[in-house]
Design a binder for this molecule. Structure first.
Ligand code: SAH
Length: 327
């Protein structure tokens, strides 16, 4: 019996599951069993488009660490590192300025841990933020929070995933949907706690919105196409848009400082994406068009859909390029 058939049987036996339970079970199987990224996979993330993305993230963290007085005990932390490309590119820059701290990767997928360990020899793995040592962190999460499950409500009613004749449907199917994300709130809380207790800064980059938006943002992607979220359990990537206001609120509640949310494109251009693209193209003239295209994708296309926010201990500087929120 396939994973999907087993899942449908379990949902039928239970008389239905809340959306977040389905989302979690599907994504756990999905990520545990494959490398989902790249042309042959299901989707492409910013660090897989170009090394420039990870380099600029690394430069922002390196600058922040330097301005904090280069604390020797600080560590690099990444949530959901995928193939490890972002961490590898960021660490190149961090090492070049003398950062000697450890690399801590929070990843649940055995398949992806294997790829990450190859890219980052010596990295330490954790199942979640609880496992981190009591040290200041330079943290990045790119497309991590969107992979954590959301619940959906219609009015006061929990929206369920139910099995009918061997197929999954939503119940209720229609109505004004409100999403909430307890799993994200829990991760944000732990992150904020760690920053508050031990210091450091975090960059969160994702699809998402600032405030006040509601509605159904659950999406499934397979082979670079949008598909029905219930049609391929465990075989399509499920995401939902991130409520950045909720992340900011969790951080402010822990006494942290929070920057404004800006688009990935604006942020990367402020950090010098254009200059980096020109340097790379000058060194690799045969790739200059490809590099210009990568810059466009990072800054203009996904660059307008994706957003960035910085969270930091009040004793640490805000990461470069992110305007401080007025108090
Ligand atoms: N940051 C990477 C990959 C994004 S895909 C990039 O930009 O390319 C989402 C990543 O989060 C994958 O590595 C996936 O295995 C991981 N992940 C998903 N849910 C997780 C969870 N609950 N705990 C830890 N890692 C998780």
């Amino acid at each position: 019996m396939s994973f999907a058939e087993k899942l449908i049987d379990r949902i039928a036996a239970d008389g239905g599951w809340p959306v977040d339970r389905y989302f979690e079970a599907s994504n756990n199987h999905y990520y545990a069993t494959r490398d989902p990224m790249g042309a042959q996979g299901d989707f492409t993330t910013a660090p897989e488009i170009s090394q420039m993305f990870g380099e600029l993230v690394g430069a922002a963290l390196a600058d922040c660490w330097h301005r904090a007085g280069s604390p020797a005990d600080a560590i690099y932390v990444e949530l959901g590192p995928g193939r490890g490309s972002l961490a590898a590119d960021a660490m190149k820059v961090l090492r070049s300025v003398g950062f000697a701290g450890g690399v801590h990767l929070i990843e649940t997928s055995p398949a992806l841990r294997k790829l990450q360990a190859e890219r980052l020899p010596g990295a330490l793995f954790h199942d979640d933020l609880d496992g981190l040592p009591a040290k200041p962190i330079l943290l990045v999460a790119n497309e991590f929070f969107d992979a954590l499950p959301v619940r959906q409500r219609i009015g006061e009613e929990e929206r369920m995933v139910v099995a009918k004749k061997g197929r999954l449907t939503f119940a209720p199917e229609f109505g004004d949907i409100i999403e909430i994300a307890p799993a994200r709130a829990a991760a944000a809380q732990k992150l904020a706690h760690h920053l508050g207790d031990h210091g450091g800064a975090a960059l969160i980059i994702d699809y998402g919105y600032g405030a006040g938006e509601t509605g159904d943002t659950l999406q499934a992607v397979k082979g670079h196409e949008q598909v029905d979220a219930l049609a391929h359990p465990g075989e399509a990537d499920l995401t939902a848009h991130v409520d950045f206001a909720a992340l900011a609120a969790a951080a402010l509640g822990e006494g942290l400082s929070v920057t404004r949310m800006i688009s990935q494109g604006n942020w990367l251009e402020t950090l010098g994406l254009g200059a980096r693209a020109m340097t790379l193209a000058a060194k690799n003239p045969e790739r200059s068009e490809e590099i210009a295209g990568q810059r466009r994708r990072l800054a203009e296309e996904m660059g307008q859909i994706f957003k960035v926010i910085g969270l930091h201990h009040p004793g640490w500087p805000a990461p470069a390029g992110l305007p401080e929120m007025p108090a």
